[in-house]
Design a protein around this ligand. Structure first.
Ligand SMILES: [Zn+2]
Length: 280
């Protein structure tokens, strides 16, 4: 097993995301790395051309050698990428509810981005293999469960505030995000796959006790808020749905609910892609 750093993981993730955009769009993730004395380890800041992802000095220097730690670090990066790709820093949140809505979306979309990167990101998958040459889908699912537990303990609980969904709910939202990826990937959620994925994540992360007793009072208003905030942002930033290469855009678009027809069309395209891949 080799080691890698937070910096290398971030650079691989940024390059992979940029590669998903059409070259005509020339999309770049602005970043400011090795930031000394910043609050927290990762954030987005600035607006317009100055918008950027910031990662702390300690975060970039962090060395790791286990797959679950890789996914832990990547999850933090993907949460910020979700804010960045959805132009959240262009949205003025005025209330706690605004903030909870945007953070919920960043957890959910971030989980989707994570799955896209570990499935299709050429630089990310290469670096993951460098850390653990024996990776396979089961090992990855187990690591997702373990890392989600660490995220809960070290990030969601410790960073808990009125501006975020409650920690337990963030775990549920993340799992929903992983499944949203598979929903798009398969075109539907095959029951057997879904159950085995969920059981593995919950078991490995020792998460079963967390997935109950949510505070439901905010739920409905948060969902409404997510939709209204993103409808506004989409009008101002069409790149959120139009800048991607077709194959990847389907997974990263902010068009929340693709029609049944779109999903079928995409599934056929992916199947063709995968079959060509096996032949070559
Ligand atoms: Zn956030």
């Amino acid at each position: 097993m080799g080691t890698t750093s937070g910096y290398e993981i971030a650079e691989a993730a940024f390059a992979d995301i940029e590669s998903f955009f059409l070259s005509t769009v020339n999309f770049q993730i602005n970043r400011e790395l090795y930031v000394k004395s910043m609050k927290g380890n990762a954030a987005i800041t600035g607006s317009g051309k100055a918008a950027r992802v910031r990662l702390s000095y300690e975060f970039c220097n962090y060395e790791l050698s286990a797959l679950e730690d890789y996914i832990f670090i990547l999850t933090i990066i993907c949460h910020e990428l979700a804010h960045y790709l959805n132009f959240h820093n262009e949205y003025k949140d005025e209330t706690e509810l605004d903030s909870v809505a945007l953070e919920s979306r960043a957890d959910h979309f971030g989980a989707q981005i994570l799955m896209v990167l570990i499935t299709f990101g050429s630089k990310t998958t290469r670096l993951m293999k460098q850390v653990d040459a024996a990776i396979n889908p089961t090992a990855i699912t187990k690591s997702i469960g373990k890392s989600l537990r660490s995220i809960y303990d070290e990030i969601y609980i410790i960073g808990s505030s009125e501006l975020y969904p409650e920690p337990k709910l963030r775990v549920g939202i993340s799992i929903a995000g992983y499944l949203s990826f598979y929903h798009r990937y398969f075109g539907s959620l095959p029951e057997q796959f879904t159950i085995s994925f969920l059981l593995t994540v919950v078991r490995e992360g020792n998460l079963s006790g967390l997935l109950e007793g949510f505070d439901e009072s905010q739920q409905e208003s948060v969902v409404e808020k997510i939709t209204s905030a993103h409808t506004q942002l989409l009008e101002r930033f069409p790149l959120m749905i139009s800048g991607f290469k077709e194959k990847f855009g389907y997974f990263l678009t902010s068009r929340f609910d693709a029609s049944e027809n779109d999903r079928t069309k995409h599934r056929m395209m992916l199947e063709k892609h995968v079959s060509e891949f096996e032949l070559s």
